[in-house]
Design a binder for this molecule. Structure first.
Ligand code: SF4
Ligand code: SF4
Length: 170
């Protein structure tokens, strides 16, 4: 089975649950948090939303959509380090961890699961800049899962060309 854009979230979580909980990946980086997940995690930590964002997250963008990355703790001057929620090789927010952490793993499906997350939660087909960035990602060799091919997502070829050309002439 290959994960596709249309794979239901329950199936994605089931595949994503193939994790031996060794903590290795969380020792080198952290997951993304969607804006909609912030209240749930902040409530679990018993802190206000704003404090959770300020103390634990870095704001970033994927395909022109705001997402938050859980802060990691760089060690020995390296640009990466363990996730701030990793305690003794275990996730201290496991029960309520964000979707990205629940589904992305080191199995043979890991890369596709990551793309599933980006395509379904970050790509905004109503935002021309998001579309343009996705097209650029694909054109430069970014991984594509079935159902997320540019021609399948965007049927209006004329509009798509205008969106792509806009960057070249601005
Ligand atoms: S929140 Fe938990 S699962 Fe996600 S990166 Fe951090 S330690 Fe790992
Ligand atoms: S996804 Fe893989 S590396 Fe990460 S904790 Fe699970 S088994 Fe370990």
């Amino acid at each position: 089975m290959r994960v596709s854009k249309e794979t239901p979230i329950e199936e994605v979580k089931r595949v994503g649950d193939r994790c031996g909980r060794c903590g290795k990946c969380c020792s080198y980086g952290s997951g993304f948090v969607l804006e909609s997940e912030i209240p749930r995690i902040a409530s679990f930590l018993k802190i206000p939303k704003d404090k959770f964002i300020k103390d634990f997250l870095n704001e970033t963008e994927i395909f022109h959509t705001t997402v938050f990355k859980i802060r990691s703790l760089p060690v020995d001057g390296k640009p990466y380090g363990p996730c701030t929620f990793l305690k003794k090789d275990l996730c201290s927010i496991h029960d309520i961890k964000p979707l990205h952490c629940s589904m992305c793993n080191c199995s043979e499906h890991g890369d596709d699961l990551n793309v599933w997350f980006m395509v379904n939660h970050c790509l905004n087909v109503y935002d021309p800049e998001s579309v343009r960035q996705y097209c650029s990602y694909v054109e430069t060799g970014g991984r594509v899962i079935p159902g997320a091919e540019v021609e399948k997502l965007f049927h209006d070829e004329k509009l798509l060309k205008q969106i792509k050309d806009y960057d070249r002439f601005r």
